[in-house]
Write a protein that binds this ligand. Structure first.
Ligand code: PMP
Length: 361
């Protein structure tokens, strides 16, 4: 027995397994397993990235003020209440680290994003999983599960992997009914895919217990660069900044993110293209006997007859070079999560599912 033991909870953490990008023996592979932007990122962001080789010997800004000001301008938010990090994962980690600890409870929902229980265990808190109602977050069930020990409630809105949403009034009711000292985290990784949605920012203005996280990894097409941000009450942002490493974002991350944020025309085009292809793919799959809930994000949760059919379809898609996501770990064994790709990829998926359903396996 080693005398060196990790902190309580660490050995209960299941390793996060990311989506693969290759299939052995297949050359023409399309990755539709990580909700990435099929159109890449903005040309303006690429141009800044190409020029970002100079000044690499200089440390980056510690306070990210230029990026925060641009984010604030674009979203109509107070830049001093924005915090930036290496992906929204890092912001979620700051929140958990600062507000939950050993003996506390962290609430998330049945099909919630897999990082939430990992984050809870990272700080020795107990992850509490709450049932959803037909793949939609159930506010009453969450409130029933909260105790005096509950310090954080995580809700992705839209949710991953279901693609469903909780309405603004329901979110407000939840925020206002939480136990004292409990924070509502609105994870807005997919917020930009919903036309006119502010990610829950308006809910934050009049409350001290609500925070929002956002990312450049999805609609901005910059998953490889690792940039995210959060917005919350000033007091909370001041707390989070205490655990943030002074140079947590590089000069390259900061300058490329700034250019990407300024290019809202690219974002609007991606939102429209995603909505069009999402509707097309959902309908095409439904016609093949594979239904899905109305998705508000950049993926579809395709429902199969049972786990065996979902897995067989996944295997067939893989053999055709189409990588999608099994979501058994999210309590959805009969489903596959398929990122909405460009038109050619969506047609390939529909064609392959058609062949699978037709028995050409
Ligand atoms: N929240 C949700 C709901 C997600 O799906 C993801 C990415 N899979 C993240 C947060 C984290 O994204 P990132 O760290 O790339 O910003």
């Amino acid at each position: 027995m080693s005398r060196i033991t990790p902190q309580p909870g660490i050995m209960d953490i299941e390793l996060y397994v990311g989506g693969k990008a290759t299939v052995e023996g297949v050359s023409d592979v399309v990755k539709l397993s990580s909700n990435e932007n099929p159109y890449g990122c903005s040309d303006a962001a690429k141009a800044v990235h190409a020029k970002s080789g100079h000044n690499l010997h200089r440390y980056p800004s510690t306070d990210h003020s230029d990026l925060r000001v641009v984010i604030g301008e674009v979203h109509g938010l107070d830049a001093s209440r924005i915090i930036c990090g290496a992906g929204s994962d890092e912001i979620l980690q700051f929140i958990t680290q600062c507000y939950a600890g050993v003996g506390d409870e962290v609430v998330y929902t049945e099909h919630g994003f897999s990082m939430y229980p990992i984050l809870a265990r990272m700080v020795g808190a107990k992850p509490v999983k709450v049932a959803e109602r037909e793949r939609v977050v159930d506010v009453d069930a969450i409130l029933a599960a909260c105790t005096k020990k509950t310090k954080i409630v995580f809700i992705a809105n839209p949710a991953n992997p279901t693609g469903t949403m909780v309405g603004g009034n329901e979110m407000a009711r939840l925020a206002d009914s939480l136990p004292d000292g409990c924070i509502l985290v609105q994870d807005g990784a997919y917020a930009e895919f919903v036309d006119g949605f502010d990610g829950g920012a308006s809910l934050i203005e009049s409350r001290d217990n609500v925070v929002m996280t956002r990312t450049f990894s999805k609609i901005y097409g910059l998953g490889g660069l690792r940039i995210g941000w959060g917005y919350g009450p000033q007091a909370m942002i001041d707390v989070l900044n205490r655990v943030r490493q002074p140079f947590n974002l590089s000069t390259v991350q900061l300058s490329v993110a700034e250019a990407a944020m300024r290019d809202q025309a690219f974002v609007a085009k991606c939102r429209a293209d995603n909505a069009r292809m999402r509707a097309w793919l959902a309908e095409a799959l439904a016609e093949l006997g594979v239904p899905s809930d109305t998705s508000c994000a950049n993926f579809i949760l395709a429902r199969f007859v049972d786990q065996a059919e979902a897995e067989a379809c996944d295997d067939y898609l893989k053999s055709q070079g189409l990588l999608v996501r099994r979501v058994t770990g999210y309590g959805l064994p009969n489903c596959l999560r398929i990122t909405v790709g460009d038109e050619a990829s969506c047609r390939r998926v529909a064609h392959a599912v058609g062949q699978f359903k037709g028995g050409a396996r």
